[in-house]
Ligand binder design. Structure first.
Ligand SMILES: N[C@@H](CCC(=O)N[C@@H](CS)C(=O)NCC(=O)O)C(=O)O
Length: 237
């Protein structure tokens, strides 16, 4: 049985199954990337719900695993060389799980770099920009009288959606013929922009037919349906 006691995070979120990969997350667009990937590859794991609105990511136990204080993070008892490995940043976690499982990344070098390219496009572009749309359209920023910041991020979100739409007009998935970690990273964000932020009309989503079509296919995958709700939200006390 793996011993994870050297990792302070396990004192606050004890591992019931220390031999399984431990996932610390919330079903947000960044969080579900990892639960969807784990569901796709079928690797046994134990999810822990982190109460981000109670600032649990800023506790010493959480920061010991991710000094950046964000979900998702993982602790794999069976990392490289059979030793435990902790990781944060959803993109890094997706690449790690793809390498570990031999799934969701093309085998050939050129295909692999193409998938990583689209993954980085999500990490550096879609995630941060769509997040700002959420802030200025749904959260505290919506009350700002000056709409220029909102308009700036909406324009950038539209531009990014047009890039994705063009790409999906020429290939089935972002990296090419096959579904990959680039799609697992990107579609939860597009889904969130439309459903949770309610910004579909604002960004003119109906103009992006390829995006809408591939998003619908993505949302039908059983692993996606499950992963979108993991970790389950605790019932209110
Ligand atoms: N680049 C990071 C972003 C992670 C991130 O922003 N996580 C958000 C939830 S989607 C979070 O932990 N927010 C809690 C907080 O900032 O306190 C990743 O992709 O892992």
């Amino acid at each position: 049985m793996a011993d994870l006691s050297a990792f302070p995070i396990t004192s606050r979120w004890p591992a019931e199954h220390p031999d399984r990969l431990q996932l610390y997350s919330v079903p947000t667009p960044n969080g579900v990337k990892v639960s969807i990937m784990l569901e796709e590859i079928g690797l046994p794991y134990e999810p822990h719900f982190i109460r981000i609105f109670d600032n649990e990511t800023w506790t010493p136990e959480y920061l010991s695993l991710n000094p950046n204080g964000k979900i998702p993070a993982i602790l794999d008892p069976n990392g490289p060389g059979g030793k435990p490995l902790s990781l944060f940043e959803s993109g890094a976690i997706l690449i790690y799980l793809a390498d570990k499982s031999g799934r969701m990344l093309p085998d050939d070098a050129a295909g692999r770099y193409t998938a990583i390219q689209w993954l980085m496009f999500q990490m550096g572009g879609i995630g941060p920009m769509f997040g700002q749309v959420g802030f200025f359209h749904k959260f505290a920023g919506k009350d700002y009288e000056d709409k220029r910041p909102r308009d700036r991020y909406v324009a950038e979100a539209k531009r990014l959606l047009a890039v994705v739409d063009r790409r999906l007009g020429e290939s089935a998935w972002l990296a090419g013929d096959d579904y990959s970690i680039a799609d697992i990273a990107t579609f939860p964000w597009i889904n969130n922009l439309i459903k949770f932020y309610g910004a579909g009309e604002l960004v003119g989503i109906a103009d992006f037919a390829n995006v809408e079509r591939v998003l619908a296919t993505f949302l039908e995958r059983p692993a996606v349906v499950r992963g979108l709700n993991i970790p389950a939200r605790p019932k209110p006390a």
